[in-house]
Structures are given as C-alpha cells and as structure tokens.
Design a protein around this ligand. Structure first.
Ligand code: NAD
Length: 355
C-alpha cells in the first residue's frame, strides 16, 4: 500500500481527453471554455500542424505563432504575448513538445489566458504548473497556478510521427519524473500510485512502439504514461536527477530529453543506496538487481544514448558541473556529496554501468 500516516495531496482541476484522432475535436474544446478566438502555437518544425489545427478551428482561429523554441527565451515569450494581445486571443492552443507548451505557459503567465495543450512528446509539461524560462543565458524555474493548462488532449496519432530516438529519450524523460516521485519528501498515496502506473505503462508500451512506431494503441499507452509521470512532476518535489539535468542543460547546453535519458540510471543508482525500499517498484516492474541497473538495462535495450560525451559534453567540464550541482543545497534522499557526484558524472560521461 502507498498509505502514509500524514500527507497533503494537491490535484489541479484539469480536463483530460484521450483518443486517437481526438485533436479533431479541438473546436468543441475551445467552445466548452467559452472562448471564440484561439491562438495556435507550434515550433517552426511543426508549422504544418498549426495549419492543420487552423483548419479544424475554422473561424475560431485568430492567429498562428510558429516560433516556439527550446528553453522558453523571455524575449520570444514577450513577442508572442504582444501578438496574442494584438489578435485579441481568448484561448491558447499549444501543439507540440515541452518547448511549445512552455511558450503557451509563458503567455498564460503574462495574460492569464486559458490553455489547451495537445502534447506530441512525453515530456509532461502539460500536466504541471511549472515554467522554466531563460534570459541572458540563465535558466530560472517558477511555479504558478496561472501556468497550469486547463485542458489536455492526448492524441496517439500525433506522437506516431515522433522519431525513434526522440521517442526513447522522451520516454526516459517522463520516467524520470515518476522515479523521483517515488521518494519525494512530499509524495502522497495518489502520486505514488501514478508513478508506479506511469512506469508500468512505459515498460509495457515502449518496446511495442519501437517495434511498430505506428501502433496507435501502444502510442496511446505511452501517452497515458506521460500523463501520469507529468502529473507526478506537477504535484511533488524533484531531487538529484532533475537538479543534475537542469545544471547540464542550463550551463552546458546539453539537449533536454537526451540528458535525462543518460543521467536517469545513475541518479537513481545513487539514491537507491539510501532508499532501496522506496525504489523497489522499479525493480518489481523492470526486473534487475537494483533500481539503477534495472533502468540502465531498459535504456540499453531501448537503444537510448548512454554517455554524456556522445551529447557533446567535454570531460574537462565535469569538475565545474560537479561544483554547480552541489552549489545550492536542496533536499535529496541521500546527502549530496561532491566527490560522489563527481564520480557519478564521470560514469555518466563515459557511459559506464551505474554503481
Ligand atoms: P521540444 O518540445 O523541444 O521538441 C523537440 C523538437 O521535436 C522540436 O523541433 C519539435 O517541434 C519536435 N517534435 C515534437 N514532437 C514531435 C512529433 N510528434 N513529431 C515530430 N517532431 C516533433 O522537446 P521536449 O523534450 O518535449 O521538451 C523539452 C523542453 O520542455 C525543455 O525546455 C524542458 O525544460 C521543458 N519541460 C518543461 C516541463 C515543465 O513542467 N515545465 C516539463 C518537461 C519539460
């Protein structure tokens, strides 16, 4: 049982709709919010999808902003917000991965407009009140109820186009939210249930998706996993794994999902030494001697990147990365020791099996 003697659970009021093809109901969802003027957001790469949504929305679409970019740069968010005001948008429709969702959240923070998110990766940002932004090369994170999206449409047909490599790294990115949720200080019975169910969904569905990327039932199950894992991220605090990824992404410009994929087995192995009982669901679901090895074996079998050096990290930067990762103290189930973090980073850099 996931029961605890004392806990506080925070669940946001979000409407979630699942189904292959459900994106075609977008006009219904806009109207259900009482809105009439939708602004569609995508990355340049997914601009065709913006056109497709404009067609479904017909006269309910008043604009398209197709410049969403990694790390949610503040100047871009301000330009997009000005555009939203100019066209008189009363709802945001963000179609894409974490970068596009981030842009929608950044506009919502500034305008309080409602958001409908249609995720096309497994990053999980759509299920959180968290926004990461960058300005002058610095990445900061804030939590605000205004940025929590009101409606999520999970459409398996849209993730079917996600390339294999991104499918795997994005899945491990999602699994990381659940894995760290298992030992979160502020976890509650529901967040733990969601974490376990989310991890099981990826264990079951990811191999099927790799075998047949167009298997909509398996794609749907991965989205179900993404929703659960993202919800865990939205409701409880994260620790070492997310801190390391934030540092590596923010200060060394490493790619988001790939960095999560490489670090996950190492960060979980580090913490499994302190709280093996809380991480037991991982060995139960994935098999293996301990949680770190279980995730390492799964990542290896799925063909995930295993080494930071393959993502462009320089060995000479590992000392500075270790310094940054221990700079601001934060809660973690195992004390953060500089030497141990430095060896963790060395192993992750070289692609060694986690210890
Ligand atoms: P992304 O949104 O940056 O997408 C990467 C690229 O893949 C983009 O060019 C995108 O257009 C393309 N793409 C997305 N889906 C596709 C599909 N189905 N088919 C083809 N191409 C597709 O990547 P991401 O990993 O989803 O998001 C990463 C960002 O999200 C980071 O900035 C991260 O900090 C943020 N994030 C935030 C939260 C939060 O709660 N605030 C949670 C997770 C991630």
């Amino acid at each position: 049982s996931h029961f605890r003697d004392e806990f506080t659970a925070r669940t946001p009021a979000v409407r979630v709709r699942f189904g292959a093809g459900v994106r075609r109901k977008i006009a219904e969802e806009v109207e259900a919010l009482g809105a009439k003027r939708a602004l569609i957001l995508t990355t340049p790469h997914q601009a065709d999808t913006a056109d497709e949504f404009a067609e479904y929305l017909g006269p309910l679409a008043v604009g398209r902003f197709t410049e969403a970019a990694m790390h949610t740069p503040v100047d871009l968010s301000e330009r997009a917000t000005a555009y939203a005001r100019e066209v008189g948008a009363d709802v945001l429709v963000a179609v894409g991965g974490g970068s596009t969702t981030g842009l929608g959240k950044a506009i919502a923070l500034r305008t309080d407009l409602p958001q409908i998110v249609v995720p096309t990766t497994y990053a999980g940002s759509e299920a959180t009140p968290i926004l990461g932004q960058t300005e002058g090369g610095r990445k900061t994170t804030l939590t605000d109820a205004k940025v929590q999206p009101e409606v999520i449409l999970y459409d398996a047909e849209l993730v079917a186009s996600l390339p294999t490599e991104m499918t795997v790294t994005s899945a491990l990115n999602a699994m990381a939210h659940a894995a760290e949720g298992l030992y979160a200080r502020d976890r509650n019975p529901i967040s733990s249930l969601m974490a376990v169910e989310g991890l099981s969904a990826f264990k079951s569905a990811l191999p099927k998706v790799l075998e047949n990327p167009q298997d909509l039932s398996a794609r749907g199950e991965t989205l179900y996993g993404a929703w659960l894992c993202g919800s865990v991220l939205g409701q409880v605090g994260m620790a070492l794994h997310h801190k390391l990824c934030h540092t590596l992404g923010g200060s060394f410009d490493l790619p988001h999902a790939e960095t999560h994929a490489v670090i996950l087995p190492h960060a979980i192995a580090y913490n499994a030494q302190a709280v093996p009982e809380l991480l037991a669901p991982i060995t139960e679901i994935y098999g293996g001697e301990n949680a770190g090895l279980a995730l390492h074996d799964f990542a290896t079998r799925m063909g995930a990147p295993l080494a930071l050096r393959d993502l462009g990290m320089k060995e000479s930067d590992l000392d500075r990365a270790a310094d940054l990762a221990v700079e601001n103290p934060y809660w973690n189930p195992r004390p953060i020791e500089r030497d141990a973090i430095r060896s963790l980073l060395q192993a992750a850099w070289a692609g060694d099996t986690p210890r």
